[in-house]
Design a protein. Structure first.
Length: 193
């Protein structure tokens, strides 16, 4: 009588299927656990951009008197926006570079910040406050946005409102605002309007 040998273990096909399932589950876990950018994150980052521009305005010093007269302004740095209403705006930080031989200057790009597509700029105002109190002065075209920083470290006061493209109203990560206070680099960030 012949005895049959019993095989123990897994076949190569079974092992390949298990490895494939683990790979798919790992990929899904990485995608879903990856942190998503929230309006609060955008507000924090924009606040950092303004603080950096304010410090650089101090570092670069005063604008020459003849250049300031020709331009009608003493601002050293500016942050300009671009983008349509309810879009994810692009912010460009520029420094005023003076021509040493003439009373002219050009704006030189030193940094850009693109708001991630999951978050959009709802509106902004050139004042400090919440959405309800600034309602009459809110603007939505980001191509008109311009924030100035001066050699003494102060910047134009402004409040920017950001909103998530996904979420439920009332959630803490759905809305946020950043207010640039007219006290140098001070910013106020809130997770509500």
């Amino acid at each position: 009588m012949r005895s049959r040998r019993v095989q123990a273990g897994f076949t190569l096909t079974e092992m390949m299927i298990v490895v494939a399932i683990i790979a798919v589950l790992s990929t899904l876990a990485i995608v879903y656990m990856k942190p998503k950018t929230t309006p609060g994150d955008v507000s924090n980052t924009f606040g950092d951009v303004v603080r950096r521009a304010s410090r650089q305005a101090i570092t670069y010093g005063p604008v020459r008197a003849d250049v300031a007269t020709a331009l009608g302004s003493k601002r050293r740095m500016r942050i300009i926006g671009s983008g349509a209403a309810n879009s994810s705006p692009l912010f460009t930080v520029q420094k005023l570079t003076e021509d040493p031989s003439t009373p002219t200057a050009v704006w030189e790009v030193i940094q850009t910040y693109q708001v991630p597509s999951r978050v959009f700029g709802e509106s902004y105002a050139y004042a400090v406050g919440d959405h309800a109190t600034l309602n009459g002065s809110l603007q939505t075209n980001w191509s008109n946005f311009e924030l100035s920083c001066f050699p003494d470290g102060t910047c134009t006061p402004a409040t920017l409102f950001f909103q998530s493209t996904t979420g439920v109203t009332g959630q803490l990560d759905f809305q946020a605002r950043v207010s640039i206070l007219p006290l140098g680099t001070a910013t106020l960030i809130r997770k509500y309007w």
